[in-house]
Design a protein around this ligand. Structure first.
Ligand SMILES: [Mn+2]
Length: 424
């Protein structure tokens, strides 16, 4: 479904007076709003191809209707999000769930909707039909060399798909690990995994990156072979300059200080980027910012600080992606909420008075440091984010527009109500 830009323009006209009132007020309250808006206008978060359908748990899945039936329809959905919020201009494909049949046509379609292809993702956490060997006991870590080779070949195959699409990174997430003490020789598992990653790394084009994603637990519950940022960083350091550690917010043990991890990875110039989501208990894959928006802000505080120190471009030098699941919401509404939460956290981080914060830190003024962060966090920056979107041609209120125009009903009419998109 293609959106008529005039409709967005009309919608914005109806809401302009109210929006302008809020925006003018905040412009008078904070310095350099224009500088912040410029950065917000350039910032994009990739949408993964597996997040466009209704998500499920291992207990059940309740489709909401109108889900995309093909890669083409998934790209259409991301195009729709991007037209509304102008900050979802990339799609991240999962191989083999979303292998294009015709690269040229897919690239053309994406281009027409203003989308680029983000990192490609491999899958050795489940067996595919017609696959020769099983990953039941792991992929790259496996004691069986033939199974390791199958996993290496798959990853190299994913790189080849990515080259055709114009992607520039491979994300490797391994579910490898063990469920019971004694099952695995940790050192051998690490060595096998490293050797496999080295072979995959050797197949990367020169301008590509490898993102090594870690996860503390699940599907293995005793050990994970890439279980935390320390292990991921060990692999990345041993592999070379093109290998980086990828942080998925849900992949930590409870209460981990993710902002500190981000800060140190940036210091080491080894942060690949992010998979955004939110959680209360584990890898809950909830809407970004729905549970811990303050933590998200603290993470963005470190991101902006560390990237500026490295001279990195916020919009392009790291990989930004949402990795969430939507069990009870319309997936597109949920994704709009997630991107909005990210933009708000980013806007807040850009607003921090870093000079004053450094002075407070250097003088051990704990109260002043907290005041600076919390006063910033409590500033309502929603109209600044909306203004950036409006100037890019997006809707002042994307969810408002989506609902007012019954876009989900349109999708159900086009696609039917019983189809289920590939994904988790
Ligand atoms: Mn992830």
């Amino acid at each position: 479904m293609k959106l008529d830009k005039n409709k967005i323009e009309q919608y914005n006209q109806q809401h302009l007076a109210q929006h302008s009132r809020k925006f003018e007020y905040i412009t008078g309250e904070i310095p350099d709003v224009e500088g912040i808006i410029k950065k917000l206008m350039a910032f994009n978060v990739a949408i993964p191809s597996w997040a466009l359908g209704t998500g499920g748990t291992r207990f059940g899945r309740f489709s909401g209707g109108g889900e995309p039936r093909s890669l083409e329809e998934k790209i259409e959905d991301v195009g729709l999000l991007h037209a509304l919020n102008t900050s979802s201009g990339a799609i991240s494909l999962h191989i083999p769930w979303d292998i294009p049949k015709d690269y040229t046509a897919i690239k053309q379609q994406a281009k027409e909707q203003g989308l680029r292809f983000d990192a490609v993702n491999s899958n050795t956490f489940q067996d595919q039909p017609n696959q020769k060997f099983t990953y039941k006991f792991g992929s790259l870590q496996n004691v069986d060399k033939q199974i390791r080779k199958q996993a290496i070949d798959h990853n190299i195959d994913v790189i080849k798909h990515g080259i055709q699409l114009g992607s520039k990174a491979l994300t490797v997430w391994l579910s490898d690990g063990s469920c019971f003490p004694g099952q695995l020789n940790f050192r051998k598992a690490f060595q096998h995994t490293l050797e496999g990653l080295q072979e995959i790394y050797a197949a990367l084009p020169t301008d590509w990156k490898m993102f090594i994603e870690y996860k503390a637990f699940e599907p293995n519950f005793y050990s994970m072979t890439v279980g935390d940022w320390g292990q991921s960083l060990m692999y990345a350091n041993k592999l070379g300059d093109k290998a980086y550690t990828l942080v998925d917010l849900g992949h930590h043990l409870p209460n981990a200080n993710i902002e500190q991890i981000v800060s140190l990875l940036l210091m080491e110039k080894k942060l690949a980027g992010f998979h955004f989501n939110d959680s209360k208990y584990g890898d809950d894959d909830l809407t970004v910012g729905s549970i811990k928006p303050y933590q998200l802000f603290l993470i963005f505080n470190e991101l902006v600080d560390g990237m500026d120190l490295n001279g990195q471009d916020h919009a392009n030098d790291l990989g930004w992606m949402i990795d969430a699941s939507h069990n009870v919401k319309d997936p597109l509404e949920d994704l709009l909420q997630s991107v909005e939460a990210i933009m708000l956290a980013y806007a807040h981080a850009l607003l921090i008075d870093r000079k004053e914060l450094a002075i407070a830190q250097e003088s051990n003024d704990v109260v002043a440091a907290q005041e600076i962060l919390q006063n910033t966090f409590r500033t309502d920056v929603r109209s600044i984010v909306a203004e950036a979107r409006r100037r890019n041609g997006g809707a002042i209120d994307p969810i408002g527009f989506y609902r007012e125009n019954n876009l989900r009903n349109e999708l159900i009419k086009q696609r039917g109500s019983n189809n289920i998109a590939t994904g988790l």
